[in-house]
Ligand binder design. Structure first.
Ligand SMILES: [Zn+2]
Length: 79
């Protein structure tokens, strides 16, 4: 009987491939692939990852999380 609305905005959906927990990685260190400073959401189990998002005016994490969640939602659907 709590009924309190969740205020979690950065909740990550499970991996669309294996169902494991995903996590936001970033800002990324220089890796030789031009991803330095970017954020990516990566599965903790199978290492599936979103594309890398770079901070512009705001924190890039919401964009990376949004992209990941859309992918998880669109599982099995043609894009
Ligand atoms: Zn996975």
């Amino acid at each position: 009987m709590t009924g309190a609305p969740s205020e979690i905005k950065d909740e990550l959906k499970p991996c669309p491939f294996c169902g494991a927990t995903a996590e936001v990685i970033g800002p990324m260190p220089a890796d030789g692939f031009g991803n330095e400073g970017g954020y990516v959401v990566e599965c903790t189990q199978c290492q599936a990852s979103s594309r890398v998002h770079f901070p512009t005016m705001d924190d890039a994490r919401p964009f990376a999380i949004g992209a990941w969640n859309r992918r998880a939602t669109a599982e099995g659907q043609p894009s």
